[in-house]
Design a protein around this ligand. Structure first.
Ligand code: CA
Length: 271
């Protein structure tokens, strides 16, 4: 079945170019030139993916993203202006799945669209991506930890018995980390595994998604499942209870670096 892409962008030149490349890649394309039309088209056309510009007349891209996320999990690829790091972080925080900085190459955009759709498709088919080298964990379809249940095929997460709504990216990150407890994942590896291609963006993207994920699965409880490995990346803590001393002390971003060397060795050790 042909997949449908919705472009919400007011620059005609960009829309024209994207239509050309996306149609050439086999996608059905619809376009809106402002946020209100974009939202209406999204509700009517049920696209498989939305390409969303931030700077739009009337309703800006952030608001469009917020409104789409209020009721839909449609993957969103945001387009931002060069250098607007705050914009990128805000977009990801609102639930965008990825972003591209203008000016971008249309080929790069098509490859990102493909990667995002492949990710969604494979998860809808009930597959769970292998975490390369840990075959045993791939067999488990429901992961259970104290206070946290992750149903991989159903893409359903419960915290203390209550379902929490995660974006596709947040779920993929959590699933990847939780399938290999205690294993340290660098930001680059998380990007490559979750996004499915060699990611050229900065590490902030991962940090923002992890921060949003933590807010959802660690809110209103003593549980701390995702531990920051200082200057390296993240790891999942199986016990999930109050181990993260530096975060308990109020520092939410960095941990003492004592385990860094051992964790790196662990990562590089052949399976
Ligand atoms: Ca614009």
């Amino acid at each position: 079945m042909t997949q449908k892409i919705l472009i919400i962008e007011d620059e005609e030149g960009i829309v024209h170019l994207l239509k050309l490349y996306l149609k050439d890649a086999g996608y059905n394309v619809v376009a809106a030139s402002d946020g209100a039309d974009g939202l209406a088209l999204h509700a009517r056309e049920h696209p498989d993916l939305v390409i969303l510009d931030i700077m739009l007349p009337a309703i800006d891209g952030f608001e469009v993203c917020r409104r789409i996320r209020a009721w839909s999990k449609t993957p969103i690829l945001m387009l931002t202006a060069r250098g607007d790091e705050e914009d990128r972080i805000q977009g990801l925080d609102l639930g965008a799945d990825d972003y591209l900085v203008k000016p971008f190459s249309p080929r790069e955009l098509v490859s990102r669209v493909r990667a995002i759709l492949r990710r969604v498709e494979s998860s809808e088919a009930g597959e769970t991506r292998s975490t390369s080298g840990t075959q045993s964990s791939a067999d488990k379809s429901v992961l259970r930890f104290p206070g946290l249940t992750i149903d991989l095929p159903a893409r359903r997460v419960e915290v203390n018995g209550v379902e929490v709504a995660l974006t596709p990216t947040e779920f993929d990150l959590l699933a990847l980390l939780a399938q290999s407890p205690e294993r340290v994942f660098t930001r680059e590896i998380l990007m490559n595994k979750v996004w499915g291609y060699d990611y050229l963006g900065d590490g902030h993207t991962i940090d923002v998604h992890i921060s949003a994920l933590r807010k959802k699965i660690e809110a209103n409880s003593e549980q701390r499942y995702i531990k920051t490995v200082w200057r390296v990346g993240y790891r999942f803590v199986e016990a999930g209870i109050g181990i993260d001393v530096s975060r308990a002390a109020g520092n939410g971003t960095a941990d003492a670096g004592g385990t860094t060397v051992g964790s790196l060795l662990l990562w590089h050790r052949p399976a």
